[in-house]
Design a protein around this ligand. Structure first.
Ligand code: FAD
Length: 478
């Protein structure tokens, strides 16, 4: 078989390239499909900017907001440079993968495609469509699992027997399983000369512009290079892993937690690489509760992904994993729409909630402690449909990860698999504990303490009590 590629160079079947379809795995390090493709010969790594990712969510917000889109474009730019430095290239195309990939395979005479598997419905549908289109033209497709620290084949149970609670899961894992060691990036990569395609700008994609905001302290730049730099900084140079367990609930200081989530979510960083660096730190500096806790958090990340495999679409549905039909307030009534708008704008009158929501809107990030508080406030004090909150986060988060986001929201809304009745965060107490001197609130809310600052939109305890009564009624506890 012989063909002609984009630049008119002759191309022989002896070196038929494998297509490497990239999605949330935008790195060279610890990348099994890439290693598998390189072992066969030339490889054509391709990223498709799927117009469906640029659409809107049911509540009307952009599916991929500007923070994440900017981060993605930066990541692609960095990845292209990394491929080129090794002799290869990264191909970028606009279009649906099930249309772009078969056309590319035919152009190249490719007979093999490799990719990382995803876990949730929308992504799996895309995979099925790609596989169907490629199989129909004689291209074989090979999927690899790679998003988690533990490989599902190494778990001491089948995924359809995944324990109902995180603690049980964690104990089994810690006793009976181990992560696989990360694999290094290939040194040389050969990509046939085809038109690489331009990486579009944010403007060209019609994204909203991101205003400069002097309050933003954490502005992650996309790419494997910055991912590794952040890992090096947090663990080694700033030596913050040593005290992570004590500082991780900090709201303001960038180094209080690892801030690795944006890179992990887009796959610019492998969780196995983080894990192996933590082990090295334990060998070379110190092993303590903090080093353990970093791995512990990665287990949560894994758990949510495995939960999504076991419970499928329940993580996206209002009744959640508990199948609880609760009387959520929805945007159909105008009063709820106003209340929801106050929550999104960060004008609830509760400084901790407002600072976090304004941080999210200005930067695409807010800390785990802040996320838990705002999610509790929306669902337990305002009684508003938690899926609206999850969509708001999906749109804005620079570290949006489908299973971490929707899984955490089911927990916060009390419909996760580990739900323990109606539990709400006492925002007053949380503020006193985690923002004792008010530095976080003052940083984000210049009007705090002036007459311009909004009044409390609800009474914390009365609103929680009223929603608890509805909850108890719905679950039959009254
Ligand atoms: P660190 O404290 O340094 O933790 C290290 C890593 O462990 C994180 O980067 C992350 O990959 C993982 N991790 C930590 N906590 C969790 C957790 N609770 N669940 C899953 N993984 C965790 N995280 C996302 O990555 N994407 C999301 O879309 C997302 N949505 C969330 C929505 C809600 C309502 C809540 C309460 C939490 C959400 N989280 C999400 C989890 C958590 O808030 C972030 O992972 C964390 O704040 C990222 O900051 P970090 O990297 O400094 O975390």
């Amino acid at each position: 078989m012989a063909g002609t590629l984009g630049l008119g160079r002759p191309f022989t079947g002896m070196h038929t390239p494998a297509i490497l379809w990239l999605r949330n795995d935008l790195r060279l390090d610890d990348h099994h499909p890439l290693r598998a493709a390189v072992a066969r010969g030339p490889v054509v790594p391709i990223y498709c900017l799927d117009p469906r990712q640029l659409g809107t969510l049911p509540s009307g917000v952009p599916k991929t907001g500007a923070f994440r889109l900017r981060f993605l474009l930066e990541t692609l730019t960095d990845l292209r440079a990394a491929y080129r430095a090794r002799g290869g290239d990264l191909i970028v195309r606009m279009g649906r993968p099930d249309v772009v990939l078969p056309a590319l395979a035919q152009q190249l005479g490719a007979t093999h495609l490799v990719y990382h598997e995803e876990a949730t419905d929308e992504e799996l549908r895309v995979e099925s469509a790609v596989e169907a289109a490629l199989t129909a033209i004689g291209v074989s497709c090979e999927g690899f699992w790679g998003h988690t620290l533990y490989h599902p084949d190494d778990l001491p149970f089948a995924l359809d027997e995944l324990p109902d609670t995180f603690t049980t899961y964690r104990k089994h894992i810690e006793r009976d399983a181990a992560p696989r060691a990360p694999i290094d990036a290939p040194e040389r990569i050969t990509t046939p000369a085809i038109d690489p395609g331009a990486i579009p700008t944010l403007d060209a994609l019609g994204a909203a512009s991101i205003p400069d905001d002097a309050r933003v302290l954490f502005r992650p730049r996309g790419g494997e290079t910055t991912a590794r730099a952040r890992l090096q900084h947090f663990i080694w140079d700033a030596d913050r892993l040593r005290t992570y367990k004590d500082t991780r609930n900090g709201l303001l200081s960038v180094d209080d937690s690892s801030k690795l989530s944006p890179w992990l979510a887009l796959g610019a960083l492998s969780p196995r690489r983080v894990w192996s660096e933590v082990l090295r730190y334990e060998r070379e500096r110190v092993a303590n509760d903090s080093t353990y806790w970093m791995i512990f958090e990665l287990l949560w990340r894994d758990y949510f992904r495995f939960v999504a495999v076991r419970w499928e679409n329940a993580i996206f549905q209002r009744p959640g994993l508990q199948r609880l039909t609760l009387p959520w307030r929805t945007l159909r009534d105008a009063r709820t729409a106003d209340d929801f708008a106050q929550w999104t704008a960060g004008t609830t009158g509760y400084p901790l909630v407002d600072a976090a929501m304004q941080e999210l809107a200005a930067s695409g990030y807010t800390s785990n402690r802040a996320r838990q508080n705002v999610a509790s406030f929306l669902t337990k004090n305002l009684g508003i449909d938690w899926t609206l909150g999850a969509e708001w986060f999906e749109s804005l988060l620079v570290d949006y990860d489908v299973t971490s986001n929707w899984g955490n929201w089911t927990y916060s809304a009390g419909v996760g698999n580990d739900a323990r009745g109606f539990r709400f965060f006492n925002i007053h107490k949380q503020s006193a504990q985690y923002d004792p001197d008010g530095a976080f609130a003052r940083h984000w809310l210049p009007a705090l303490g002036t007459s311009a600052y909004p009044a409390l939109m609800v009474d914390l305890f009365a609103s929680a009590k009223s929603h608890e009564a509805k909850y108890r009624k719905a679950v039959g506890w009254t």
